[in-house]
Design a protein around this ligand. Structure first.
Ligand code: IVH
Length: 705
């Protein structure tokens, strides 16, 4: 695979393909991080991809793309806020990863400015706060506008929200007539934990980390929600100014502090790379006890006149660099391996660790994925950790990068206890003692207990009340566990009889600990609200293996009504007409079809589903709205490699716009979408004079809807 080849070994053709792949991946990661506040890559993985992209561009400068990720700062601003064009662009920082890069930074600056090696040159060094940047505009000392970075030139207007942050002054005295103060909005660890506890108790979404919590809180359309979230702000830079703040970076920061802004107390003045690296180590040592997330140290040339001369590259200043911390690692003892049982019966081994601080977070659990991973094999059967297996009692290296769940990365065999034994996964479910089977080709062992397994039942119900499913306000994972534990609910249908059973009489919800008249009445009402439910949500809520929310919607659109769907599922069996019809849906493959049909073949499952459906008023799915679609009624063929989406996604999207997707080119074909590697179909289409588009052309065409 090209993705595994070192930049220096790539051919030009492979390099171009690789730059395209990296651009798509990084663009997707930027959107997930900046616009959706839901990162899909760890920071370390993101940085690695960016470095690979830069290395290939350095080797093949002519192949640098117009949409190169090196030139991108963030992502497009989200919908919903008005847009603000920054008077001075909000830029990003170049990264340094090793001490040598810091020495190199000093040399680069000197070379650019023609300053001799032995001449003095000062830098500031300060923590890089892991939050999101905010620009505050003051006119005549009054806060008039606050904006997020957005794509660097256009951000979102979050003025009302910024006004709710205690660290953001509304008025300044003795400030320049025009002053844009820039800095980082963040949330402390303590406030983040408390917020997540409140959110989960209220059955609301919890946040993966303080940065997401800060971003999600600042970018609320209702500023009263932001007010209730404990956000903070450190000032470290500025944008447009009517007069200079000082002659030096340090002087400017001191001036911002004097104006009433919080500035970071760990900001130091350093006289060269040795002092900068020493301050980096000091900050790194304090990282775990700071009480907020930082992900590196930022160095800036102190003299503002020199900053002015150094100026900017396309998206980063020449006068600053961010020295990032390495991925977070720590050694600790593996005390036990527990098995958790998921909604679909999957048995997942979890490492119970002697608690250890990894980059400021106390870690006591880590995922072990499955029995192969414990044995030292990855999901392709290749050896990992040099084939070292993981045993209870081992010293293990725990790895945490960004948001990902901690993993066990390495084992110290020299410290392995003499009496340790290889881990063996039991063939029985730890919760219900049913047989746990591992099917050929599946890395995961599964409990066969189905509904009799309490772990599966409770996980299924947590899924049932989840956000993309029934989303019942006041009924979150915690309440489901409590009600299940007390046998108030054993299956989803029981949720809909809670009012009848516990709204009056001997035992009442309002008398339970943590409940009262109002909260109990609210819950019963919230449940009643959800008796009316869309077909797609219901199908997803059933928690059938391999049926995610988008597949559930595909099924709903195809079958339209609950009766049509459930009849088809009950009657389908491999090879018959219902089965073929099910497989004809783009996005439904044999694995999903099999899972659906097996579920509906289980008497106990079907009886439980029927009991549930009796309480519901199920809305039929609407036929796709193809009004105004430029491809409605057209026959489209996809060929060659698609790079921005899978074939299944392309087909589903085309069909949702009213197109018919066919596998072969004929006189009836209206559009051929040809990616790289298209062969005979492209030639045939050319012979027939059929309109041919590349993937981007197709995306442009359908983007107009
Ligand atoms: S200076 C012209 N100082 O890091 C560049 N940025 O990766 C001005 N950040 O967009 C930025 N702490 O959101 C600067 N002490 C600090 C910072 C800092 C965090 C963020 C900022 C910036 C990003 C770049």
């Amino acid at each position: 695979m090209t993705a595994d080849i070192k930049p220096e070994a790539l051919s030009a053709a492979d390099a171009a393909a690789e730059l395209k792949r990296l651009a798509a991946l990084l663009h997707r990661a930027n959107t997930a991080y900046h616009t959706e506040d839901a990162p899909d890559l760890s920071d370390a993985d993101y940085d690695a991809l960016k470095r690979r992209n830069a290395a290939i561009e350095a080797r093949f400068p002519d192949l640098k793309r117009n949409d190169s990720p090196s030139d991108q700062v963030g992502a497009d601003p989200a919908e919903g806020f008005s847009k603000v064009t920054h008077a001075v662009a909000m830029l990003s920082l170049a990264n340094a990863f090793e001490d040598a890069d810091v020495v190199e930074f000093d040399l680069r600056v000197r070379k650019y400015l023609n300053i001799a090696q032995d001449a003095p040159l000062q830098f500031t060094a300060e923590p890089k706060i892991d939050g999101l940047s905010l620009s505050l505009r003051y006119e005549n000392g009054v806060l008039v506008q606050a904006a997020t970075r957005g794509d660097g030139s256009v951000g979102e207007n979050v003025t009302a929200n910024a006004r709710t942050i205690a660290d953001v002054p509304h008025r300044l005295t003795d400030a320049p007539d025009l002053l844009e103060v820039r800095g980082e909005v963040y949330m402390s660890h303590a406030d983040f934990e408390a917020l997540n506890t409140r959110q989960s108790e209220a059955g609301q979404k919890t946040f993966a980390n303080p940065r997401n919590a800060a971003a999600g809180s600042l970018r609320q359309l209702d500023s009263e929600i932001t007010r209730a979230r404990p956000l903070r702000f450190f000032a470290y830079a500025w944008g447009a100014l009517s007069e200079p703040l000082a002659d030096t970076q340090k002087g400017a920061i001191d001036r911002l502090a004097a104006l009433g802004f919080q500035t970071n107390p760990l900001t130091a003045l350093c006289d060269g790379p040795d002092a900068m690296i020493a301050h980096y180590r000091t900050i790194e040592e304090q990282r775990a006890t700071l009480g907020y997330d930082i992900d590196g140290v930022v160095y800036k040339v102190d003299d503002l006149a020199l900053q002015g001369r150094l100026g900017f590259r396309s998206t980063t200043p020449r006068w600053a660099v961010a020295h990032k911390f390495a991925a977070e690692l720590a050694w600790t003892r593996l005390e036990a391996i527990d098995i958790q049982v998921g909604r679909t019966g999957a048995l997942s081994p979890v490492a119970r660790l002697a608690p250890v601080t990894v980059g400021g977070v106390v870690v006591s659990n880590a995922t072990l994925h499955n029995e192969d991973y414990i044995a030292g094999r990855d999901n392709k059967g290749e050896t990992i950790r040099d084939g070292k297996d993981i045993r209870v009692g081992d010293w293990v290296q725990v790895y945490r990068a960004g948001d990902v769940i901690p993993k066990v990365a390495d084992v110290d065999l020299s410290k392995r206890p003499a009496d340790s034994v290889p881990f063996e996964m039991s063939g029985f479910c730890p919760e219900c003692q049913s047989t746990a089977l591992r099917e050929p080709g599946d890395a995961v062992r599964r409990c066969t207990g189905g509904l009799i397994c309490p772990a599966q039942a409770v996980e299924k119900m947590k899924h049932f009340v989840g956000r993309a499913a029934f989303d019942i306000e006041g009924l979150g994972a915690k309440q489901v566990e409590q009600f299940y534990g007390d046998e108030w609910i054993k299956e989803p249908a029981d949720i809909f009889t809670l009012r009848d059973r516990y709204g009056s009489g001997m035992q009442q919800l309002k008398n339970r600990e943590g409940w009262g008249d109002k909260s109990a009445a609210n819950l019963f009402d919230a449940i009643d609200d959800k008796r009316q439910i869309g077909l797609g949500r219901l199908i997803f809520a059933l928690g059938i293996r391999h049926v995610g929310d988008s597949s559930a919607n595909l099924l709903a659109t195809h079958y339209q009504s609950w009766n049509a769907f459930s009849d088809a599922m009950r009657n389908a069996s491999e090879g018959n007409a219902e089965w073929d019809d099910l497989l004809s849906i783009d996005g439904v493959g044999a694995v999903m079809a099999h899972s659906l049909v097996t579920t509906f073949a289980q008497e106990a499952e079907v009886a439980s589903i029927d009991r549930l459906v009796a309480h519901l008023n199920i809305e039929d799915a609407a036929a796709p709205d193809t009004d105004g679609s430029p491809v409605a009624g057209k026959t489209v063929v996809f060929t060659g490699t698609l790079e921005k989406m899978t074939r299944a996604e392309a087909k589903a999207r085309a069909e949702s716009l009213g197109a018919k997707v066919s596998g072969s080119v004929s006189a009836k074909t209206d559009i051929l979408v040809a990616g790289p590697g298209a062969g005979s179909k492209a030639r045939k289409a050319a012979d027939l004079g059929i309109e041919t588009l590349d993937e981007d052309g197709w995306l442009d065409l359908i983007a107009t809807t």
